[in-house]
Design a protein around this ligand. Sequence first.
Ligand code: MG
Length: 378
Amino acid sequence: MVSRRNFLKKAGLLAGSTLVTSRVAGAGLIGYRSPAKAAKKLTFSFRPYEVRLKHVFTLAAGSRTTTPVVFTEIGCDGHTGYGEASMPPYLGESHETVLNFLNKVDLSQFSDPFRIEEINSYIDSIAPGNFAAKASVDIALHDLTGKLLGEPWHRLWGYNPANTPFTSYTIGIDTPEVVREKTREASEFRILKVKLGLDTDKEMITTIRSVTDTPICVDVNQGWKDREFALEMIHWLNERNVVFVEQPMPVEAIDDMAWLTERSPLPTIADEALQGPSDIVKVYGAYDGINIKLMKCGGMRAARQMVSTARSLGMKVMIGCMIESSCAVTAAAQLSPAADWADLDGNLLINNDVFDGLKIIDGKVTLPDRPGIGVVPL
Ligand code: MG
């Protein structure tokens, strides 16, 4: 609860900003001033970057050592909101497509960053798809508005930061020796994530189990093609302290997934099978839950809608991320108190982060006590 004195102090610091006028008006203290008269135009800039992985990252679709990202900044009244687009190859976006999209964005036509619906509609109208590019604008807008309000987004959404889940930590597919080494390095984590979907699946699990009994969640990345085989694997995993199975079968195999989920002793989670809020209906009944990622759905606003929709359908919720900097991971973490599981380790897998943000303490997602998405540039 903000005291009236602090409130006015903040208001004084932010004098003239849109936010203060609307916030104070909402509190009934003074009359409302039109934001258009009080605020200046929004400024927008962006730059490409490449995050480098500590270890070669291998999953069913291939291996890689870097991921292209683009950082965005939206400015208003002396405040800067930060955003990020991350482009894993399987979503089809790249430096080229994101820079091309962002070059078409003209935010100078807007003066009130709180009109996120209006700004997002404009961004959507530029071109279909381009979800990572759109997310980079949406995240920066959320960061900016949170800063103008002086509050972190988890608080504006009504979540208790003490309710954040443990995050899983990914152990990539590798030789048994390297897998054992990576597993030992991950001893602080309470859930490990293992990428399956190759013919080494049982060997991977057995190797990790030779080092630790820590619960494991598995991500098959569509790697199992036959439903009987998938069910057999899930029963085998269920005897080895596995928590859930993510995207076990190909996206198109929706009937097979419904068959599998009905029989599976472990929850099944859709990842590649859905992108944004309107896709939940496609996976409802075929999976037990969904993996929400800002780069798939287009940002924090869509992600929050997905949490609400999934919950109203009785589905499980997981918040995930891509290989990306602490900027986008911390933005996603703002939603994590609402999730059953978090897979927010993307920033931990890189060695050239440029933001300070969420921390993982004793394996638990720990949100920074900072306004907006809670990051500061390093
Ligand atoms: Mg996945």
